[in-house]
Design a protein around this ligand. Structure first.
Ligand code: ARG
Length: 462
């Protein structure tokens, strides 16, 4: 098949070269964006008198009918036409005749593909924000039902202090809130139009870039044509934002794997979201959480991949940049899949409140409160810490927990202890006592819940 750029060539392209350089197998993902950009471009060409109004209309009708064919799955893409841009241009010429060849006036595939990527990133950023909100809703609902649910809080995966399960879940709510705000912030840089930069230097045609920006709802145009065609920062940024989202998803998934294990038994995942073993009939595996954790690797890989592609590239466009696509497409798909599953997994999981409560009874997670008790009675905290450490050792040696010791035993360690120490050490009271702003005391958690709800509600109304 004749190439759209075949004029200066005397031989046809080697088949291996066609296969190697073609991107149509994956950049057909951009079909809609490509047509959207072309519709605006040709509208502007018509308005500026670069093509006649009639020609512009004919081209727009042709593009719209191609879009319908693509949406119905009736379009045939060909490797000979290399990429989505030339496939669509070829289809247009086949559909409406030589006038279709006027579409590419005053533009290049370089500013065209950059525009497509901006449109794609804008669409997907919104999708990801919505999906993150679904997960936040699920976290909020579980948190609301678990303000008074006590479980051990951990540091170093060692039991540290009892906390509210709602408090733990809300920690993830705020991570996703930051993720959303990063994505929202990136929209500023996505909403800038490259089209009109031409191949690299601008164009000799009297185009109106501002008009195209207006038609495509971009806030601004790139002020430098070289930068416009060679910038993929916004894709790197999206990959970095997505990598951080995966870090958060992976941490939560890891906790869900731990919590649903026989050793913890803090939650039970719904049967509909677990899988079995082909050999061990008793198994109910948290495969989704594990896979979610595992898929973090490919997203990090795509980030490092694109950074490496761009590093050391001379200005302006280089074919290397075609490698920006598969990584971000796969990343978006990976995140969509993960977020769509996480919301219902959180909603349907059973929280085993008794098991969590039991866990804080059989441990030393109230030890800090002995030190605090003594410090409040005037003993310097460092000394109080040392006294409490000795008491923990004593209790372990006598195979007891701190609440099992007699007041007389307490008094052997410090005359400051009175009967009220036993009240102070009950898990509920230990949790309740952490009343500082952002702490785990139920009324602080209730405040936090309200704040979280307000934030989510504000964002929903955008
Ligand atoms: N398929 C190319 C890409 O994705 C489109 C731009 C090609 N431009 C060029 N001058 N070869 O980067």
């Amino acid at each position: 098949m004749a190439k759209l750029w075949g004029g200066r060539f005397t031989k046809s392209t080697n088949k291996l070269v066609d296969d190697y350089t073609a991107s149509i197998s994956y950049d057909q993902e951009l079909a809609k964006e490509d047509i959207e950009g072309s519709l605006a471009h040709v509208q502007m060409l018509g308005e500026c008198g670069i093509v006649s109004e009639e020609e512009a209309k004919t081209i727009q009708q042709g593009l719209t009918s191609i879009l319908k064919k693509i949406e119905k799955g009736d379009a045939h893409f060909s490797t000979d036409m290399e990429d989505i841009h030339m496939n669509i241009e070829k289809m247009l010429i086949d559909e409406i005749g030589p006038v279709g060849g006027k579409l590419h006036t005053g533009r290049s595939r370089n500013d065209q593909v950059a525009t497509d990527m901006h449109l794609y990133m804008r669409k997907k950023t919104k999708v990801l924000i919505d999906l993150l909100e679904d997960v936040q809703h699920a976290l909020l609902e579980q948190a609301k039902a678990n303000v008074d649910t006590i479980l051990p809080g951990y540091t170093h995966l060692q039991r540290a202090q009892p906390i509210s399960f709602a408090h733990h879940l809300l920690a993830y709510f705020w991570m996703f809130e930051r993720d959303k705000s990063r994505l929202q912030d990136s929209e500023k840089r996505i909403n800038v139009l490259p089209l009109g930069a031409g191949a690299l230097a601008g164009t000799t045609f009297p185009i109106n870039r501002r008009r195209v920006a207006e038609l495509l709802d971009f806030a601004d145009v790139y002020p430098n044509s070289l930068d416009a065609v060679s910038d993929r920062d916004f894709v790197v940024e999206a990959l970095a934002d997505c990598s951080l989202i995966m870090v958060h998803l992976s941490r939560l998934s890891e906790e869900m794997v731990l919590w649903s294990s026989q050793e913890f038994q803090f939650i039970e995942l719904d049967d509909a979201f677990c899988t079995g073993s082909s050999i061990m009939p008793q198994k109910k595996n948290p495969d989704v959480s594990e896979l979610l954790r595992g898929k973090t690797g490919r997203v990090f890989g795509h980030l490092v991949g694109l950074l490496t592609v761009l590093k050391g590239l001379p200005l302006a466009y280089n074919k290397d940049m075609q490698e920006d696509k598969e990584g971000i497409f796969d990343t978006v798909k990976t995140l969509e899949g993960a977020l769509k599953l996480l919301a219902p997994i959180l909603e349907t999981m059973t929280v085993k409140k008794d098991r969590m409560r039991h866990a804080v009874e059989k441990d030393f997670s109230n030890a800090t409160d002995i030190a605090d008790y003594l410090a409040k009675k005037g003993l310097p905290f460092r000394e109080a810490h040392a006294v409490t450490g000795k008491m923990v050792l004593y209790a372990i040696e006598h195979k007891k927990y701190l609440l099992d010791l007699e007041l007389s035993e307490y008094k052997q360690f410090s005359p400051l202890f009175e009967q009220d120490i036993f009240d102070a050490l009950l898990p509920e009271n230990v949790m309740r006592a952490r009343e500082s702003e952002g702490g785990t005391a139920p009324h602080q958690v209730a405040k936090q819940l309200k704040l979280a709800e307000t934030r989510l509600y504000q964002n929903d109304s955008f």
